[in-house]
Write a protein that binds this ligand. Structure first.
Ligand SMILES: [Zn+2]
Length: 204
């Protein structure tokens, strides 16, 4: 009697396992179908990955800026040698090598004339004198840029700190850093190297 009984048991187990596996598969298929047609959309992990992949693929962060104007393309394609010819050694060190001028030495640190501060690399208008204030930190400080699309912000992990580096959006020249301890109305402090700037006096 033993062999048939164990055989029956085996068959029963096999059928049971088959049922469980079948139900499992059916459940998975049903879940996927439901997920695809549910008002909450498909499973989030898949779409998020797909979306972020697509967006980085279709729109590299620089392409919009480059195609925005011909002059941007011109400055972005200048070689290191071109910049060395165009700039003084100190300007090159700060603008193209993320250097920092010594505090309290820059020509615009205590300079209060009315006008517009421009990028020393490409001439783009960056800051207005009305937004300049004396932060006492040794560098020209502004609480606001002329327009948000003129200045590019980059996370900077150098020197054991986390800071936000600011660059000219047109030529990618290093300007300085922006901190959140500035005055009203923005609460920001754009701490900028004088050597990265030029100045256009306001017309009387
Ligand atoms: Zn520039």
């Amino acid at each position: 009697m033993n062999p048939p009984r164990s055989k029956t048991l085996f068959v029963a187990l096999a059928v049971g396992a088959g049922l469980v596996a079948g139900l499992g598969m059916a459940g998975l298929v049903a879940y996927r179908l439901l997920a695809q047609h549910s008002p909450f959309g498909p499973p989030p992990t898949m779409t998020q990955e797909a979306q972020s992949h697509d967006s980085t693929h279709d729109m590299p962060s620089d392409s919009a800026t480059v195609s925005a104007s011909d002059s941007t393309t011109k400055y972005k394609t200048l070689s290191d040698e071109n910049w060395k010819e165009k700039l003084s050694a100190e300007e090159y060190r700060v603008l193209r090598r993320q250097g920092t001028e010594r505090p309290y030495t820059g020509v615009y640190e205590q300079f209060w004339e009315a006008g517009t501060y421009v990028c020393k690399g490409c001439g783009a208008e960056l800051f207005r004198s009305e937004t300049k204030f004396d932060a006492g930190c040794g560098w020209p400080s502004f609480y606001e840029g002329i327009a948000s699309d003129r200045i590019r912000e980059i996370k900077d992990y150098s020197h054991g700190m986390i800071r936000i580096e600011v660059r000219c959006a047109r030529c990618d020249g290093h300007l300085g850093h922006v901190f959140d301890d500035g005055p009203k109305p923005t609460g920001l402090r754009y701490c900028i190297n004088s050597v990265s700037l030029g100045f256009k006096k306001a017309e009387e």
